[in-house]
Design a binder for this molecule. Structure first.
Ligand code: TXA
Ligand code: MG
Length: 354
């Protein structure tokens, strides 16, 4: 299959060219095809959420296990009603505060949503993205777009269209390139189907932000605790994810000690002829000996790190490094989501230094 590739920025919306592209994308979806599109979190791989066959194609294109449910993306609030059994008060409050935006809510599904979309569950994950290209595309496509991140299963979610191309070229009908995404980590998922709201996946919308709206919010224990024997409540969180080909170790401790500890490791690796990658920050980047030292961003602005993390993990694969060391990040605010993804990428391999 030939994949049509179109650059379409938010600024271009409303022009004849943009209209023509969005019409074509909508037509592909209605005919049961797949279109990758930008959102504010990561690129999504979209199909009609209310048809079985297109959703089956998503699993095939990604190489994704079929028990891992998809998020249904909507373009306007009213569209939540036909796909849910009930919309609790908390959902309205969260939507007022955070939609459109990087928050996904789990609610009881209606019969309109096929089991194929929800991986056999009687609940459905719903999100209204804030990216304008995403919203226009959803509305042009019938209103309900099932979209996982547009990566091959197991790879980091794409934050640039060229990564979508790498994974999906020839497997899907169209890629909409809206440039680099703003946030860089997938949406926060909150489950509203139990007695208490519970975070199943941390993201840009933090526990503190949710608690301002809802009062107390729980966090699925399996998110940060590698030793937990419990299965995560979001089926997708159980899979090994984001893992680069090289072995990744996180080093946590005082900054100066981390730098010298990693440099000691690098000297040993070099003696064994290994090529080494390092994930550093703007303050430390120049101090490392590694062959490929990548500055993820600034500790004073952890959003910068969120935005670059997945790109960096992918680049190490292209550079064929043998081992990677990463600094550790603050576990508050967006840092919780960063550490959640980084720990998964590292297979929870972390060393603490005194
Ligand atoms: O930011 C995002 O959420 C991106 C963009 C494209 O919107 N999408 C995304 O989708 O990250 P995906 O498929 O990569 O991750 C969806 C996660 C999986 O961990 C899945 O198990 C969980 O959501 N999920 C979906 N439906 C669920 C449900 N009904 N109950 C529990 N977890 C669910
Ligand atoms: Mg994903």
């Amino acid at each position: 299959m030939e994949t049509r590739y179109e650059i379409l920025s938010e600024e271009e919306l409303g022009t004849d060219r943009a209209e023509e592209i969005l019409e074509a994308a909508g037509a592909i979806i209605k005919a049961g095809g797949l279109v990758a599109f930008p959102t504010e979190t990561v690129y999504g791989l979209g199909a009609d959420a209310l048809q079985e066959e297109p959703c089956r194609k998503i699993y095939e294109a990604k190489g994704r296990p079929s028990d891992n449910p998809l998020i249904v993306h909507i373009g306007k609030w009213e569209d939540i009603y036909p796909i849910t059994e009930t919309v609790p008060e908390e959902a309205k409050k969260l939507a007022d505060a955070f939609w459109p935006g990087p928050l996904t809510m789990i609610l009881k599904k209606s019969d309109k949503v096929p089991m194929r979309t929800t991986g056999g569950l009687d609940t459905v994950a719903i999100r209204m993205p804030s990216h304008k290209v995403a919203r226009e595309f959803i509305l042009k496509s019938g209103g309900y777009i099932a979209a996982p991140s547009a990566n091959r299963s197991g790879r980091p979610s794409p934050t640039l269209a060229r990564f979508v191309r790498e994974d999906m070229d020839g497997r899907i009908e169209m890629i909409l390139d809206g440039g680099q995404v703003g946030i860089g980590l997938e949406s926060t998922i909150v489950d509203l189907t139990e007695d208490k709201p519970m975070i199943l996946r941390p993201g840009y919308i933090t526990k503190e932000m949710l608690e301002k709206v809802l009062g107390s919010v729980e966090v699925d224990r399996t998110i940060l605790d590698a030793t937990s024997k419990q299965a995560p409540k979001a089926p997708g969180m159980k899979y090994r994810h984001y893992a680069p080909k090289a072995e990744l170790t996180i080093i946590q401790g005082d900054e100066d000690k981390v730098v010298s500890f990693i440099n000691d490791k690098i000297r040993k690796d070099h003696a064994e002829g290994k090529k080494v990658g390092v994930i550093a920050t703007d303050r430390t980047g120049k101090r490392y000996l590694g062959d490929s030292v990548k500055c993820a961003g600034s500790r004073d602005k952890e959003e910068t790190i969120a935005r670059e993390l997945f790109r960096i993990l992918r680049e190490f694969d292209d550079e064929d490094v043998d081992v990677i060391y990463s600094e550790s990040f603050d576990d508050s605010g967006i840092g919780q989501a960063i550490m959640n993804r980084l720990l998964k990428a590292a297979g929870h391999h972390i060393e603490y230094i005194e």
